[in-house]
Write a protein that binds this ligand. Structure first.
Ligand code: ZN
Length: 349
C-alpha cells in the first residue's frame, strides 16, 4: 500500500500508523466511510488528524498522484509513494489557515456542544459542498455533546449528507452514545512514544535536549500538553521550585511558612507544583537503587550530588506527606493550612 509523507505541521502524527494506513487505503480505493470516531488522550492530535485527513483528501497534488497509482499495476502501486499533502495548493493553504469553507469545525462553547450548534451544522450540511471533492465536518470533543445534541447528530449519521465525511473526536468511545459510536469507524490514536515526543519538541520548538527529555517524560504522550508546558516555562518553574524545596530544611520556620503562602496563591498550578516535589523526592529515592529510572534525567548530576543527604525513611516520609497534601487539597481541605503542615513535615519541625 502506498505511503504518504507528512506536512511539517502534522509531524506529531507520524507514529499513528493505523490512521495513516487507513487514509492511504481509502484514498487509493476512492471509497471513504462517511463517519469516523478518533479517540485518544487529550492533546495526542485527534483534531489535527481530522484536519490532515481533510487536507489529504482534497489536495490537488495528492489527487494527481492517486490517479497515477490507480492506473498502474498492483505491484507498481505497492511501490508508489504519495508525496502529499503538498501544503501549497489552494485547498491545502486554505485548510492550513483554517478558512476552507468545506472543512467545518465544531467545538464546545463553554463546557458543551449544544443542540443549537448541531442544528446549525445540519443546516450547513444540507447544502452542497462549496468547492471541494470531500467536505469534512469535524466535531471536536464530541463527548461534550449533551443527549439532545447527540440525538440530533444521530439523525445526520443515519442520513449522511452528500460527499461529506464526519469526524468525531473524543477521549474515549464509552463517553459517547453507543448508537453514535456504532455508526462510526473507530480509530484509536496512541500516545506519542516518549523518545519520539522529545525529538519532535527539539525539532519543532527548538528545545534543548534536557528540556525536551524532561517535558516528554511528564507529558504522557500528549503533544499539546508538552507544548503548553514549554510555553509556560515549566522547566524554569520546576528548577526554581526544587531549589526552594531543597533549601527548606536550612530555613527558619517563618520562611518555610511563607513558601506555603506563596504556593497557596497559585491554586491552578498547585497540583503540578506538588507533582514536581513528589517526582524530585522519588528520583532521590530511586537513584540509589536504579539510577536508570529517574524521571528528571536532565537533573542527573544534581540528583547524584543530593541523593545521599537524606536517608530512605526520611524520603519516603516526605513523599507520603506530599501525597497526603495532594489528597487533602483534592477533597477541598483548607489549602494554606494543608501546605503549612506539609512544609513543616519537610523541615523536620
Ligand atoms: Zn495540496
Amino acid at each position: 500500500m502506498p505511503d504518504f509523507k507528512l506536512h511539517p505541521e502534522y509531524k506529531h502524527l507520524k507514529n499513528q500508523r493505523k490512521l495513516l494506513s487507513y487514509i492511504a487505503a481509502f484514498l487509493v480505493k476512492g471509497a471513504i466511510p462517511h463517519a469516523f470516531l478518533f479517540t485518544g488522550i487529550k492533546g495526542v492530535g485527534k483534531q489535527s488528524a481530522a484536519q490532515l485527513f481533510s487536507m489529504v483528501c482534497n489536495c490537488a497534488e495528492v489527487a494527481s498522484q492517486v490517479s497515477i497509482i490507480r492506473k498502474s499495476s498492483y505491484q507498481a502501486a505497492f511501490r508508489e509513494e504519495i508525496t502529499g499533502p503538498c501544503g501549497q495548493c489552494r485547498s491545502c493553504r486554505k485548510i492550513l489557515k483554517g478558512i476552507h469553507p468545506d472543512v467545518i469545525l465544531t467545538i464546545p462553547t463553554g463546557s458543551f456542544i449544544k443542540i443549537g450548534q448541531i442544528r446549525t451544522l445540519c443546516r450547513k450540511l444540507a447544502l452542497k459542498p462549496y468547492e471541494s471533492k470531500f467536505r469534512f465536518a469535524i466535531l471536536s470533543e464530541a463527548d461534550s455533546m449533551n443527549p439532545e445534541a447527540g440525538n440530533a447528530l444521530l439523525k445526520m449519521l443515519e442520513e449522511p449528507p452528500d460527499r461529506t465525511i464526519l469526524i468525531l473526536t473524543a477521549e474515549q468511545a464509552s463517553d459517547l452514545l453507543p448508537t453514535v459510536v456504532s455508526r462510526c469507524l473507530h480509530i484509536r490514536l496512541n500516545p506519542i512514544p516518549e523518545k519520539d515526543l522529545a525529538v519532535l519538541l527539539k525539532e519543532a520548538h527548538g528545545m534543548d535536549n534536557g528540556e525536551a527529555t524532561a517535558i516528554a517524560r511528564i507529558s504522557g504522550g500528549s503533544f499539546s500538553k508538552a507544548v503548553s508546558l514549554h510555553k509556560q516555562d515549566w522547566i524554569n518553574r520546576r528548577d526554581r521550585l526544587i531549589r526552594e524545596f531543597e533549601s527548606l530544611s536550612s530555613k527558619p520556620t517563618g520562611m518555610a511558612i511563607s513558601l506555603a503562602e506563596k504556593l497557596s496563591g497559585k491554586k491552578e498550578l498547585l497540583p503540578d507544583c506538588l507533582d514536581i516535589f513528589m517526582t524530585w523526592l522519588r528520583d532521590l529515592l530511586v537513584y540509589r537503587y536504579s539510577p536508570g529510572i529517574i524521571i528528571y534525567r536532565d537533573l542527573k548530576d544534581k540528583i547524584q550530588r543530593e541523593h545521599g543527604k537524606l536517608n530512605a525513611e526520611t524520603l519516603i516520609a516526605r513523599i507520603e506527606a506530599v501525597q497526603e497534601a495532594l489528597k487533602r487539597i483534592e477533597s477541598n481541605a483548607n489549602v494554606r493550612l494543608t501546605l503549612e503542615i506539609m512544609i513543616l513535615q519537610m523541615t523536620g519541625t
